[in-house]
Design a protein around this ligand. Structure first.
Ligand code: AMP
Length: 113
């Protein structure tokens, strides 16, 4: 998956502002933020979207939501709140085909998803 930009970030080959990482996941700041705080969370293992989540291990699947919530807390979003979004496929406008979660916060967000 040499062509995948998020694999490059996970490998440290492509620069990114990483806020937190562990054995299975990496969180970094979105390059084109849609909110005052906009983090992207990825599994290190390449899977193309949520539709392929079955390709992750049980440990990765179990750890994903805990990692998301922990990253949001560490970013100071826990009390005021935040939104978590993942895109799959053309109708969602997914543009990077490596499973990722957007964590958006830092202000009152739009009431439209
Ligand atoms: P999606 O449209 O759901 O596939 O979201 C992909 C996200 O990745 C977009 O919000 C982009 O701004 C973000 N993005 C793309 N390249 C980079 C990069 N090199 N570093 C950080 N974020 C990126």
């Amino acid at each position: 998956m040499n062509q995948c930009i998020f694999c490059g970030i996970a490998a440290g080959d492509i620069p990114a502002e990483i806020t937190h990482e562990d054995e299975h996941f990496v969180a970094f700041r979105d390059i084109a933020p849609k909110a005052p705080v906009h983090l992207v969370i990825i599994p290190r293992r390449h899977v193309s979207s949520l539709a392929s989540v079955g390709e992750l291990s049980d440990a990765e699947r179990a750890g994903m939501t805990l990692f998301l919530a922990d990253v949001a807390d560490r970013a100071g979003l826990g009390d005021a709140g935040y939104r978590v979004v993942t895109n799959h496929g053309p109708n969602s406008r997914q543009s990077v085909f490596h499973l990722h979660w957007h964590v958006l916060g830092g202000a009152l967000l739009s009431d439209s998803m």
